[in-house]
Design a protein around this ligand. Structure first.
Ligand code: ADP
Ligand code: ASP
Ligand code: MG
Length: 410
């Protein structure tokens, strides 16, 4: 008998029919003798709908109240799934994040899980119940409802699996695993049988929304066996694993494992700033003081003692970052500030890159052949990212997928 945590995403619980399908699947696992803890997302589109309601009142709603609002989406699905399970004669009990006591910090809208109480869940499991927990939410030490950031139900699943020492955490979604790139953009994308935590972490942080980045971090740190599977079809899915495990299967070790992309960033440039020590910190200081995270940064070679300084931020932070830079243009001695929302970041990810020179130049060559201009570049041991015009994103992803032959198994 195994203890399994299963997380079902928004599409998987998007209609009553689909919730009933999840109930059947869960009962199937129980009938095979397993203990099952289920985490569900809100029905697809519901979180966006709720955000829309608040934004209809004000552009910057109070973060605490947003969490009270957004947590209702998942409360609906836990109840509906339990109703479907009970109808089938399967004892079940729903829990909100606060009822489990998924304790988080108090960073509303992006809270981090600090602790999970398991006594009540253990009790229920011992009595043969299926437990259904609301994803994406927790409670801070003062009893405030918190949420974990978009896609946060993945992290709830992993955190419960870690706390309960589950045998596996299964993330059920609308694709049957992690692919070489988003299969909705490249139909030739290939499902990976396995991917390492490091690669998955890069893919997630560079924009592959199939798993929330924090869930991958959490699983890696707590050694949770993590698998991505489809709610709609049978199959082995993709196992997220440690590098050592892959070494036993060298066939799987590929140069590039995937292509990630992200349309959520925007670019800001400060033009004609004096090129003197401290200029980078004078530009970015006020931006980070406003809690805005900066991603890629480039500073040009100076010309006439002045330089241009460009960086990217999340699109949601663009307006605020632009305002801040405009306020500081005079004190920085800059000529002007400009920005661009229509950019996208495209990244190649792969452990194999460590030992292979030439990946970057091949990547740049492929993009050049398509006439795609590279605006920014950043590299690490296992990834190369470029910023390009958003309109060329799909073309770039497809061209790279083909050039690096990602549709073919190594
Ligand atoms: P859920 O609602 O189940 O959490 P998400 O929409 O968050 O589902 O994540 C699944 C989606 O992730 C897929 O529909 C797919 O379009 C997208 N995706 C992006 N990159 C990848 C990738 N490399 N492999 C698989 N899916 C990906
Ligand atoms: N419902 C939340 C969202 O849409 C959390 C999740 O689905 O994981 O982001
Ligand atoms: Mg998701």
């Amino acid at each position: 008998m195994a203890l399994i945590v299963q997380k079902y995403g928004g599409t998987s619980v998007g209609t009553i029919e689909r919730i009933e399908n999840v109930a059947d699947k869960v009962i199937g696992w129980r009938d095979r003798g397993h203990q099952v803890v289920v985490v569900v997302s809100a029905m697809s589109g519901e979180t966006d709908r709720l955000i829309g309601l608040a934004k209809g009142i004000t552009a910057r709603p109070e973060p605490r109240e947003m969490d009270v609002l957004l947590s209702t989406g998942e409360q609906v699905t836990i109840a509906l799934l339990c109703i479907a399970l009970e109808k089938r004669g399967c004892p079940a009990r729903s829990y909100t994040g606060g009822q489990v006591r998924i304790l988080t910090d108090n960073a509303f809208n992006k809270a981090r899980i600090e602790d999970v109480e398991i006594a009540a869940m253990r009790d229920d499991l011992a009595q043969g119940r299926i437990i259904v927990v609301a994803g994406f939410q927790g409670v801070d030490k003062d009893g405030n409802i918190t949420t974990l950031g978009r896609g946060g139900s993945d992290t709830t699943g992993v955190a419960l699996a870690a706390a309960l020492k589950a045998d596996e955490c299964q993330i059920y979604t609308d694709v049957d695993g992690v692919y070489t790139t988003d299969p909705r953009v490249v139909p030739e994308a290939r499902r990976l049988n396995r991917i390492t935590f490091e690669e998955m972490l890069e893919m997630a942080s560079l924009g592959s929304k199939v798993l929330q980045i924090r869930s991958v971090e959490f699983a890696g740190k707590h050694n949770v066996p993590l698998r991505v599977l489809s709610s709609f079809q049978e199959g082995p899915g993709t196992l997220i694993t440690f590098e050592e495990a892959l070494e036993a299967e060298p066939m799987e070790k590929e140069l590039i494992s995937g292509i990630a992309f992200n349309r959520d960033e925007a670019k800001l440039t400060v033009l004609g700033v004096p090129d003197r020590p401290g200029i980078a910190s004078s530009i970015l200081g006020p931006v980070s003081a406003a809690n805005i995270e900066v991603d890629m940064i480039i500073q040009n070679v100076s010309y006439d003692g002045t330089t241009d300084f460009t960086f990217t931020v999340h699109r949601n932070d663009y307006e605020r970052a632009l305002e801040i830079l405009q306020e500081h243009t005079a004190t920085l001695g800059a000529r002007e500030v400009s920005g661009d929302l229509k950019i996208a970041k495209l990244s190649l990810v792969g452990m194999g890159m460590r030992s292979h020179a030439g990946v970057a130049s091949k990547m740049f060559g492929v993009l050049a052949k398509e006439g795609i201009n590279i605006r920014m570049i950043s590299t690490s041991e296992i990834k190369i990212s470029v910023v390009i015009d958003e309109k060329y994103l799909e073309l770039g992803v497809r061209a790279l997928h083909e050039a690096f032959e990602l549709d073919k198994a190594a």
